[in-house]
Design a protein around this ligand. Sequence first.
Ligand code: CA
Length: 228
Amino acid sequence: MKKVLVLEDETSIRSFVVINLKRAGYEPIEAGTGAEAFEQLKAHPDIKVALLDIMLPDTDGFEVCRRMRAADSKIGIIMLTARTQEMDKVTGLMTGADDYVTKPFSPAELTARVDALYRRMGGADSDDKGELVQGPFRLNTRNRTLEKNGQRIKLTQVEYSIIKLFMDNPGKALSREDIMNSVWGRNYFGELKIVDVNIRRMRLKIEDDPQNPNYITTVWGYGYKWGL
Ligand code: CA
């Protein structure tokens, strides 16, 4: 079964999420506090996707996200944000989340996001050549790992998919829509901003000077380009 951790303290919202995940073929694992979430993760190490509410009785979802990400760079994390808190989205992504949904969300929207993340967990790519080497970067497409000058750079699943897209298209300007369609899928409901926030986070990890990026450059009014 495909397990999804649901961390949400409001029982009505949690039941709504759980029912819809079950309908979509997932096995929801429930938690109402940050502490419970970490207990559930320990008890179910095969959880691959987590849904995190932000306002929690014992902590907040950003802190949970940071701790989960520190322990496991591969787990998929979706923040459940409130419509009024626009900044939550960016904060959540910068602390390591892959995606967010805004409350109130429809069952279709929620399961589309979970499906998209699960698809990316799917393991090796079909066009697997083993590795891509460009400049100081070595991307291992079997283990889905990246090294820069021999040093491992921890990537989330989304970041891996973006870097793979870049390394498959060196020197080519990619529009934000191209990146979103390729990485999140054509049925994705989200906003293009998620591309920008992921790029900002990736620059912190891979650029020598994130303020003056050399590898992921901005193509103004269009998107981004990978160049060495
Ligand atoms: Ca809450």
